[in-house]
Write a protein that binds this ligand. Structure first.
Ligand code: IVH
Length: 678
């Protein structure tokens, strides 16, 4: 056995090493070793302390090292109500469309539904949960369903109340807010971050709250998730009340009573924008009446009762160095301008999208041109216009390549309805084109699909280049030994990746259908289709030609599924290769049957169908109410149908006759309303 002196020496050295890395990490913000290597040193110290108890009595024991680096993982906690995102409007026409949709859904003909408007803060969203007035949880948005426990970091923001005192405080209250760093504070640390939003995010995600407190953060509360009992009837009333309870709310918010008000408020706040001490990127318009908000509900991603009305984007002038093409997962060929790097709204930009061939022809965009670009939010910057006066006399028209990067000839589709040629060129090789295949993989692992943490776009590129992944099923047979040896990978990151992949195997049928990446099948359509099939076994009947035609006929009758979707599904499953790839994928997954949302509602386990228009609500709302009450809504009459609900306006006679033939219960609009009110 080594003598005591030697052991103490070795131990002291390790402690010194740990302290050095603590300093590099905490004070200098400049870590020199990976998390796993750091953990290894720490483990060796703890192991020594266990083996040689006399070490623990030394004043330099590891437990005495202040600021020991905490685990690099925040605990994951589910939100009581999901945190959604917002759909965007860029001009008043988009707003008019939004209002139309609201009116259609509610089936109201009111001139104007009162709105509440707030500045849209460009920060990081967080959720604060109060139980009987005590702040008990503080979560990041995460994937919207599950957030990360950042309570201790949030507590460093002094203006967040820890305790609320008022007998009126609901038992449970999730307050949603946007965390930001003021422009003034940002200017002090601007070398370290690309923009204030990143700085706020970086600060909030510090593993050590002490680090968070070093970058002073602020917040505005703008909404709520779960509230029980629900005591508010308007958004304006809610904000008023929570402001009295001590929350910080935006003083620029106000009620909106007409379309003119919207335009006025939009330009007023846009003019104020540069003088505000925080970044905003638009307005958020919300239906003020909370009862109406409840009726409107959500689509899969965003509430139907709110929209973000963006400000016009930031612009800059630069020069096109080259024009290249990119291939999307649907085969769409997108031209991209490689530009001389320029800062637009605090971000360095070196690429701008040129959309498609027609756009290049229309604007006569050429390599070498001086152009104006604009950047709105997180989207890729666009080319606004060309400054022809700066064009060289030698410049030549850009010849759009007719072939995909894989070499195949690209095609423009002709619309069946309008007989017009599509503006977009496409490669039609599907998985046979390696560029499409790689993009399809990126879609498959994305947040809304398999949602594999640690397997983002860049990692797919890396694994693809090394031939570690060629098609979806390879994700489940990765060569982890090889990955461990790659730059940027270590024991810990590989273990995390393995776990994330394992976790992704359990997914709902709707997520699975979305993941496959059939063109024109987004999340909403995937949900409708999942409801139709109920199980993956039923879904796979689409693989067989003998069933496909009939299934597609039934699918076509579903609300929300049109010719375009049917065509696309047919195209997809007409390729044997797609069937093979999807079948292989299924063999690794546990696809969970479509679950009816509410198992207690008035129509639990009943199959309902609607025909005709309704007076008090739109058909969309009727369907949404039925689903919220546990029903499965069908798109066509079948023997399995339990109830056909017949609206007063123009019901389809054929459907009623068919229902009678099958002895299906038929109820009128009045009876439907009576059941809802009972
Ligand atoms: S209301 C989606 N109001 O914008 C649920 N959001 O793009 C309703 N945001 O995640 C959101 N200021 O983080 C709302 N006054 C405001 C907001 C706001 C900023 C953020 C929020 C949300 C994101 C949606």
């Amino acid at each position: 056995m080594k003598d005591k002196k030697k052991i103490v020496k070795e131990y002291k050295e390790k402690i010194k090493e740990l302290k050095k890395h603590n300093k590099l990490y905490f004070s200098d913000d400049n870590p020199k070793i990976t998390d796993s290597d750091y953990d290894l040193i720490k483990k060796e110290i703890i192991d020594m302390e266990k083996q040689f108890p006399f070490l623990e009595k030394k004043s330099f024991s590891s437990s005495n090292i202040v600021g020991s680096k905490p685990s690099n993982k925040f605990q994951k906690i589910k939100h009581l109500k999901a945190m959604l995102s917002l759909s965007n409007a860029f001009n008043i026409n988009d707003i008019v469309d939004f209002l139309k949709k609201v009116n259609n859904f509610l089936n109201t003909e009111s001139d104007f539904i009162n709105l509440f408007a707030e500045p849209k803060i460009d920060g990081i969203s967080a959720s604060l949960t109060y139980e009987k007035g005590n702040l008990i949880k503080g979560l990041s948005r995460g994937d919207g369903v599950t957030g990360e426990d950042i309570l201790e970091n949030l507590k460093t923001i002094k203006s967040i109340p820890l305790k609320l005192k008022d007998p009126k405080i609901p038992n449970i209250m999730e307050i949603r807010c946007e965390i930001f760093i003021s422009k003034k504070e940002f200017s002090k640390i601007k070398e370290k971050f690309a923009n204030p939003r990143n700085a706020a995010g970086g600060s909030l995600r510090q593993k050590d709250p002490k680090q968070t407190s070093k970058i002073p953060l602020e917040y505005f509360a703008y909404g709520f998730g779960e509230i029980n009992p629900s005591i508010f009837s308007k958004q304006s009333e809610f904000l008023n009340q929570i402001s009295k309870w001590g929350f910080s709310t935006n003083p620029l918010s106000r009620e909106i009573k007409s379309i003119n008000d919207i335009e006025k408020y939009h330009s007023e706040i846009d003019n104020l924008r540069s003088s505000l001490n925080y970044d905003i990127d638009g307005l958020v318009l919300k239906v003020n009446d909370l009862n109406l908000q409840k009726r409107l509900g959500n689509t899969s991603n965003s509430p139907r009762w709110a929209i973000a009305y963006k400000f016009s984007a930031e612009k800059a002038v630069t020069k096109i160095k080259d024009i290249i093409i990119q291939v999307g997962r649907t085969g769409a060929i997108t031209p991209v301008a490689k530009v001389e790097p320029v800062t637009v709204g605090g971000v360095v930009v070196s690429n701008a999208t040129l959309h498609n061939e027609d756009e290049i022809t229309r604007k006569d965009i050429r390599i070498g041109d001086t152009i104006e670009i604009q950047r709105a939010g997180d989207v890729i910057p666009q080319v606004l216009k060309v400054d022809i006066s700066k064009r060289s006399i030698k410049s030549k028209k850009f010849k759009f390549p007719k072939n995909c990067l894989c070499g195949a000839v690209t095609k423009k589709e002709v619309s069946k309805n309008t007989k017009k040629e599509d503006a977009v060129r496409r490669c039609t090789k599907g998985y046979d084109c390696k560029f499409i295949a790689r993009e399809k993989l990126k879609h498959l692992v994305s947040k809304e699909a398999l949602n594999i943490d640690g397997l983002g776009k860049k990692v797919i590129d890396q694994f693809w280049a090394l031939h570690l992944i060629k098609e979806p099923s390879n994700i489940f047979n990765l060569d982890y030994k090889k990955i461990k040896e790659l730059e940027g990978w270590g024991d810990l990151s590989v273990k995390n990746l393995q776990q994330a992949i394992e976790k992704s195997k359990n997914l709902s049928l709707e997520r699975f259908i979305y993941s496959i990446g059939i063109r024109h099948i987004g999340q909403e359509n995937a949900k409708i289709i999942a409801q139709f099939f109920s199980s993956v076994k039923e879904f796979t009947k689409l693989f067989q030609l003998k069933y496909r035609k009939k299934i597609l006929q039934s699918l076509a009758e579903l609300d929300g599924i049109g010719d375009t979707q049917i065509q696309s599904i047919n195209n997809f499953f007409s390729k044997d290769q797609n069937i093979r790839i999807v079948s292989n994928l299924i063999s690794h997954l546990n696809v969970i049957d479509f679950i009816v949302k509410n198992s207690e509602g008035k129509f639990f386990n009943r199959r309902l169908m609607f025909t005709g228009g309704f007076k008090r609500m739109s058909r969309s709302e009727a369907k949404s109410i039925a689903e919220n009450n546990g029903a499965k809504v069908l798109g066509s009459i079948s023997k399995k149908l339990d109830i056909l609900v017949v609206g007063d306006t123009k019901p389809t006679k054929k459907k009623i006759d068919q229902a009678k033939e099958f002895n299906i219960r038929i109820i009128t609009e009045k009876e439907w309303n009576d059941i809802l009110n009972s």
